[in-house]
Design a protein around this ligand. Sequence first.
Ligand SMILES: C[S@@+](CC[C@H](N)C(=O)[O-])C[C@H]1O[C@@H](n2cnc3c(N)ncnc32)[C@H](O)[C@@H]1O
Length: 241
Amino acid sequence: MIFDVLTLFPEMFDSVLSYSILKRAIEKGKIKVNLINIRDFSKDKHKRVDDYPYGGGPGMVMMPQPLFDAIEFVKSLGNIPVYYLGPKGKIFNQEMAVKMSKLERIAFLCGHYEGIDERVYSAIDEEISLGDFILTGGEIAAMAIIDAVTRLIEGVLSHPQSAIEESFANNLLEYPQYTRPEFFRGMKVPEILLSGNHAEIAKWRRQKSLEITLLKRPDLLKKAVLTEEDKKFLREKGFDI
Ligand SMILES: C[S@@+](CC[C@H](N)C(=O)[O-])C[C@H]1O[C@@H](n2cnc3c(N)ncnc32)[C@H](O)[C@@H]1O
């Protein structure tokens, strides 16, 4: 899968792409991150990409010309959806990550300063937000999304089961995980996990997953695919289903 990233700060991506799963995904040829510097598209003799907002107000706004040209360059490479990363967009989630992971190529436009000239919205496909807060630029949001999507691409994780069991995969939060030692500061690993009884462990994990989701994110349960046994368990815990 190819990610095209339109940014004023391509160097910001260096460290994130040089470690762990993203590094290995690049080495294995599973993903390619094509960093495109928006400044290269500026027709201004000083390579300016921002200007003062009409009507006054603080900060600078990214000018339409370099952004339109950069987006049109990406579009000339193929049928590539261009997502603007901005706080007014649909909030990113695992379902969107799964959909994106099935695409061959996708582009992200990272804003900066006070954001982009409103007319640029006519050139993008959709705006995606990382959450209800303001970032300095879209770069960190693009990195987060690239990371979440890459994990879902076949052959990227050495244990593909991880992506299936992780939180949000089925609109349930993941069950609790433990590792060595068995005892730590008076806290003991649940006995069932030491039993070697895989069927009972699977049952315990499923119930814990339901319990944690009920406690921390009951909103997710409405979208989760639940068995009759799950529903019975949740009813016993007082959930109206
Ligand atoms: C400082 S923000 C501009 C915020 C803008 N003035 C507003 O109030 O909506 C600069 C850039 O950061 C990015 N950004 C900020 N918050 C974001 C979020 N929650 N998700 C994704 N990108 C975000 C956008 O690309 C935006 O153009």
